[in-house]
Design a binder for this molecule. Structure first.
Ligand code: GTP
Ligand code: MG
Length: 366
């Protein structure tokens, strides 16, 4: 019997992981077994920590996007099948990745059509980012080549899912949905809130169908590669210990309070800056996110109790020099720990620009 394969793309920070966890709840409530697949250019993923904390089986594909690591994607699905026998796979590609229809969906359908029923391609958008990108509102945004990736993501969508509707007025919803529909007529536009649950059923009901059979879009891989290379990536895994219990939520807030102004001073636009703090005991988790440089850092999950030791993960993706991003992040981690009397050891850290995307397969038609 074939399993459903649902991929939810969209730019960094749009709310993919939040929405996929909602989708996992939705399918679980129907008695279905879900397996999640997270993906990033490198390891030490905040997303995997979030999925783990929610208790769903998860496989992480690191070292490149799904399209460039297609065999890792199918291997991950097979490992999940062996361990948890999911009948629906929920996959989150890297937020700077596009051309997923031609490089992931169509190859899966052509080569593994007996194993997977490939659902329509959803592309999530953050409404503030989208309104700036398409010129409905002014404010900080990315360079044109990064914008190219953003627009290509929307162009290939079956479903453009405007997320975070809880942040929008009725007029803002209408004008954004209208503008996206005119610009991307092949897609159905739905507006939801993964946070409040508003209208999620409408979106989820569309995932039962199958991928629209249309030719894949044209992509200029030079512009795509140059766009990705404008983004800097920092991942760090740290061990924190303290002789006295400390407030883990406040610790993340204090780190962000140092990083955000330092990035702003350099003129770097944030794509997504996220951190988690997982205490060594229990399943609780503190999460902090920032999705634009002029936005406000948020803590969608807070630790209920103080902590004495745990693992702190930092993932920063911004348009800026990776070396500078790394220095800013490491300085803030050490300075915050020092000020709070916490011992912080950086066990792993790396910084880089994503390499040129070289898909394993590329299929022009379904
Ligand atoms: N207000 C609001 N915030 C949301 C909603 N959905 C997600 N967020 C927040 O948006 C931020 C980014 O969410 P994620 O789910 O981590 O986004 P993502 O697309 O998975 O990000 P990357 O994996 O880095 O590309 C977090 O602060 C979320 O809590 C929503 O419906 N409303
Ligand atoms: Mg995510």
């Amino acid at each position: 019997m074939s399993a459903d394969y649902v991929m939810v793309g969209g730019f960094l920070g749009a709310g993919k992981t939040t929405a996929l966890l909602r989708l996992a709840e939705h399918f679980s409530a129907q008695g279905r077994r879900v397996g999640l697949i997270t993906n990033d250019q490198s390891h030490g993923l905040v997303d995997t920590a979030m999925v783990n904390a929610s208790g769903y089986p998860v496989e992480e594909i690191t070292g490149g996007c799904f399209c460039c690591r297609f065999n890792s994607l199918t291997d991950a699905a097979q490992r999940l099948t062996r361990d948890a026998r999911p009948d629906v796979f929920l996959a989150e590609p890297v937020g700077s990745c596009t051309d997923l229809r031609a490089t992931v969906q169509y190859p899966l359908r052509q080569m593994y059509g007996d194993d997977y029923r490939v659902a329509p391609l959803s592309v999530l958008v953050d409404p503030m980012r989208a309104a700036r990108m398409i010129g409905l509102e002014t404010g900080r945004t990315f360079s044109p080549k990064v914008q190219y990736i953003y627009e290509k993501q929307l162009e290939e969508a079956d479903l453009i899912v405007i997320n975070k509707s809880d942040l929008l007025s009725a007029e803002q919803r209408q004008s954004l949905a209208g503008a996206l529909q005119v610009r991307f007529p092949d897609a159905e536009v739905v507006t939801v809130s993964a946070r409040t649950g508003e209208n999620l059923d409408r979106w989820f009901s569309r995932l039962i169908g199958s991928l629209a059979a249309r030719p894949s879009m044209d992509v200029d891989y030079d512009t795509y590669a140059e766009g990705e290379a404008l983004l800097g990536w920092v991942n760090a895994t740290c061990r924190v210990t303290s002789p006295a219990p400390f407030d883990g939520n406040e610790c993340l807030r204090a780190i962000a309070a140092r990083i955000q102004p330092a990035l702003a001073a350099k003129g770097f636009e944030v794509a997504h800056f996220k951190m988690t703090l997982s205490p060594d005991t229990g399943n609780d988790l503190a999460v902090l996110n920032l999705v634009t440089i002029d936005g406000r850092a948020e803590s969608p999950h807070r630790l209920a109790d103080e902590v004495t030791d745990g693992e702190l993960l930092l993932n920063l993706r911004a348009e800026g020099d990776p070396g500078d991003l790394h220095t800013i992040a490491m300085t803030a981690l050490q300075a915050t720990a020092h000020a709070a009397g916490i011992a912080l050891t950086i066990e792993h850290s790396e910084h880089f620009r994503p390499g040129r995307p070289v898909p394993t397969h590329r299929m022009a038609t379904p």
